[in-house]
Design a protein around this ligand. Structure first.
Ligand code: ADP
Length: 491
């Protein structure tokens, strides 16, 4: 099968969060199963060019229709750790992707509407006719709309679209200017409840809704989140649209790439280890302490790695720092804030706790340090308010860092409470779960985890080993996506 992924991120060259990991990991898995996979990405000025091998011109003069005229683009091609990627660079005064950032510009909707259009124009002009176009999140929500309303009539009549929603919180909005710019035009047609009109703001188009309505199949990133968005209030207003399209909607659990996230072969950590040589994890713990200037004492290390965002339950992350201290544990935080207020809050905490030998707060994005933290930590907290899938708990499990999570979204599908789980046998349980969003709830799980570390080290090691035994690779999700592709291509 010939699959083209259109996305705004692909790790490690462009990574803000889990989306980048998923786009890369899924592509690799599909290729490993013998399928032809190509990726189309924006050519951002700030992406990791050192991660691209053999970058060269692939299509020099691509003219992408835009408003009444056209924008001249160049398409470059290169390999990102073995994956064939095409990078689109527009040459226009808008400087869509030369902003020194991936997201957060006032015209993000225009930037990614343009990217969606350019990606299809590139496929059309270069005569690429994939069986499946797999696109991701609001940034590419217009791809199926443009495909089935315009490009289908220009020669791309046989393509099918699978659309994956990684985060319902960010849906992408715009007004009629989006229609004029992309050539969709026909305001009254698109500003219709059955098409792109936002479910709550009649004057706005919703990119993600367009993706749901027009795609052949829609997925989100875990089965439990699939239920939450249909029957709970986690869909940020798209619940009714999902209800109408329930026959083509499913939650598929993300995987993680065990070629990158694997303590047996990880090149970023000083001592590799397996569940059988778990004692070697202590060498990484020592290296982590040395690197972050934490005191070398007999205490567990609790870690948090992730964006510092309301969605991640920042108030509970903050509480976990002090609770860990109170329970005589050490705490390491690695995170980049998504809002200035949260950034200043944690910058203040960092200054305040700077001299404490049991705490380290690292603000910013550091992939290499994250590997050492997973390898050195005993516990990893994921107290998310909302979590479509969550990769950190799955990575933590693989590294023997026992997850302490809030039971929401994909965390419910992947972490099973050691003491109270009702689905798994005791020898299959792998972490600690709490449900409410208040500090006491977090304590109820974190305290049990730290107590086990102190009071029953052998049982704690057993729990770590049980977690390491789980297979959260792309093996199963890869199979499931291929079933979906088959379904939409051949039904
Ligand atoms: P998100 O909601 O951000 O997509 P996920 O749990 O799905 O959250 O994925 C987070 C990914 O990003 C993981 O691979 C995690 O290790 C990584 N990550 C998050 N923040 C940082 C950071 N500050 N430095 C390095 N890696 C990070």
């Amino acid at each position: 099968m010939y699959i083209v992924q259109i996305a705004s991120e692909c790790a490690p060259v462009i990574k803000v969060g889990g989306l980048g990991d998923v786009v890369y990991g899924l592509s690799r898995e599909l290729e490993g199963r013998g399928h032809c996979v190509e990726l189309i990405l924006p050519k951002y000025d700030n992406m990791g060019y050192d991660q691209i091998w053999g970058m060269h011109d692939a299509y020099r003069d691509l003219w992408v229709p835009w408003y009444g005229g056209a924008i001249h683009c160049s398409v470059y091609c290169g390999w990102v750790h073995g994956r064939l990627c095409f990078f689109i660079e527009p040459h226009s005064g808008d400087n869509f992707f030369n902003r020194g950032c991936y997201y957060g510009c006032h015209d993000d909707n225009m930037r990614f509407a343009f990217f969606s259009k350019a990606a299809l124009e590139f496929l059309l002009r270069s005569n690429k006719r994939p069986d499946v176009i797999h696109c991701h999140d609001w940034q590419t929500g217009l791809v199926p709309v443009l495909l089935f309303e315009i490009y289908k009539y220009n020669g791309m009549w046989n393509q099918r679209v699978c659309y994956t929603i990684h985060n319902f919180k960010h849906q992408g909005f715009g007004g009629s200017e989006i229609l004029w710019a992309t050539g969709l035009n026909r305001e009254s047609y698109y500003f219709h409840y059955d098409r792109l009109r936002d479910n709550f703001n009649p004057f706005s188009l919703n990119f993600m809704k367009g993706g749901i309505v027009f795609s052949n199949f829609v997925t989100t990133v875990s089965p439990n989140h699939g239920l939450e968005v249909q029957f709970g209030d986690y869909s940020y207003g798209l619940g009714h649209t999902l209800y109408l399209h329930q026959n083509k909607f499913r939650g598929v659990l993300n995987g993680i790439d065990y070629d990158i996230w694997n303590p047996e072969i990880d090149r970023f950590i000083p001592a590799t280890y397996t569940a059988k040589t778990l004692a070697d994890k202590a060498k990484n713990k020592k290296a982590l302490r040395d690197r972050l200037l934490l005191q070398d004492v007999d205490k567990p290390i609790v870690a948090y790695i992730g964006r510092l965002d309301e969605q991640k339950g920042v108030h509970l992350v903050h509480h976990a720092i002090y609770r860990a201290l109170f329970k005589k544990a050490q705490f390491v935080l690695l995170g980049a804030a998504t809002e200035r207020a949260i950034g200043s809050w944690f910058a203040h905490e960092k200054r305040h706790l700077n001299d404490n030998p049991d705490i380290h707060i690292e603000l910013g994005f550091n992939e290499e340090l994250s590997h050492l933290i997973y390898a050195g930590a005993d516990l990893i907290v994921v107290p998310s308010h909302y979590e479509p899938c969550g990769l950190t708990q799955m990575i933590g499990l693989k590294y023997g860092a026992v997850p302490v999570v809030r039971g929401v979204g994909g965390l419910v599908d992947t972490v099973f409470d050691r003491d109270y789980d009702t689905q798994k046998l005791p020898e299959q349980r792998n972490g600690y779960v709490f449900y409410q969003t208040d500090p006491a709830a977090l304590e109820s799980a974190l305290d049990r985890a730290i107590d086990l570390w102190y009071e029953s080290p052998a049982q704690f090691r057993q729990l770590q080993a049980q977690g390491m035994g789980y297979d959260y690779s792309w093996n199963y999700p890869g199979k499931e996506y291929l079933e979906i592709y088959d379904l939409i291509c051949y039904r």
